[in-house]
Design a protein around this ligand. Structure first.
Ligand SMILES: [Mn+2]
Length: 320
């Protein structure tokens, strides 16, 4: 199943499966060296980027997030991921679709462009793993996912911020109000959704279950996994990971950092424990490399994304 290419597997490998031999510091920077292609036949997971940062409230720069996460994934593509010990790509067909194109100079066209990007991919049997971009992108992604998987979805939301601040403008580009709109639109069910790592105030959390950062520090990842699984159950769930869920010590390269967050180790332990949940789509957002140091933030994002792929590989192998 594995073709032996020496370098640039992203553009030279013909099989959707297996890995190629790469120098980690060279070659085409797809996510984890997956094939760059827009062909969707036989694909299990499509990785794509949405380089939008026009919805930020503080520091812009997440438009460079997809490229940074791809670049940070090179070491993960070299060895079987830890602690899994398998090559997820021996069993899971993952491709890199490239980035969503939109007209940044006509802001009202951006949300429809992202919805259409996701619809195009979700017309296939593939699931989406998307890199932001600022967190606004999750709103059009949820619209497309609900069209496919039905509504309401459960939301598993890692973040310093609840992003349910009131905003009744249907056209606004705001990365702090997507989940207010998603609840009001009935896209997500707050009673069966959970927000992890929260440490900013909102007078009205709209009925979402909150495991705030202090709760995670007090109770640990294992208890967080149990709570998430009990809240979501077997319902289809969309997982969104704002990298600012992590403490700025672990993710300085982001637009709205807040002290007191999760460590990378805590977050990875929680994500790895979500095998019992039916994750129908996922994104990792708000990586802004201009504020990063030594790629700390992009490396954390790439690891989280790799673990999400390993969860999907586990599920596929269980069902085979
Ligand atoms: Mn946030």
């Amino acid at each position: 199943m594995t073709e032996r290419h020496l370098g640039d597997g992203a553009i030279r490998r013909s099989s959707l499966y297996g890995s190629s031999t790469e120098n980690t510091y060279a070659g085409a920077l797809s996510f984890m060296r997956r094939n760059y292609t827009r062909v969707l036949d036989g694909v299990d997971v499509v990785v794509s980027g949405i380089p939008l940062d026009l919805a930020t409230t503080f520091r812009p720069g997440a438009r460079f997030g997809p490229a940074a996460v791809r670049a940070a994934s090179v070491q993960l593509a070299e060895l079987n991921p830890y602690p899994w010990g398998f090559n997820p790509f021996d069993d899971l067909a993952v491709t890199d679709y490239g980035d969503c194109w939109f007209d940044a100079h006509n802001p009202l066209t951006i949300k429809p462009a992202i919805v259409e990007h996701a619809r195009t991919i979700l017309r296939s049997d593939a699931r989406m793993l998307t890199f932001g971009g600022d967190h606004f992108i999750t709103y059009p992604l949820l619209i497309a996912h609900v069209e496919k998987f039905g509504k309401p979805l459960s939301l598993i939301h890692f973040d310093a911020h609840c992003d349910t601040w009131a905003d009744d403008s249907p056209e606004s580009l705001n990365h702090g109000s997507m989940f207010y709109k998603a609840v009001k639109d009935g896209l997500i069910d707050p009673a069966h959704s959970v927000q992890v790592g929260i440490r900013t105030w909102n007078d009205d959390f709209l009925g979402m279950n909150i495991l705030d950062a202090a709760w995670v520090h007090d109770h640990g990842p294992r208890a967080a996994i149990e709570r998430i699984v009990s809240i979501v159950g077997e319902r289809p769930a969309y997982l969104t990971f704002d990298i600012d869920c992590l403490d700025p010590a672990f993710a300085p390269g982001t637009g709205t950092p807040v002290a007191g967050g999760l460590s990378s180790a805590q977050a990875l332990a929680i994500v790895r424990g979500l095998g019992a949940v039916d994750i129908v789509g996922a994104d990792v957002v708000e990586v802004a490399p201009a504020y990063d140091h030594a790629d700390i933030t992009a490396i954390a994002a790439a690891h989280l994304a790799c673990d999400l792929l390993c969860l999907w590989r586990e599920k596929k192998v269980r069902l085979l």
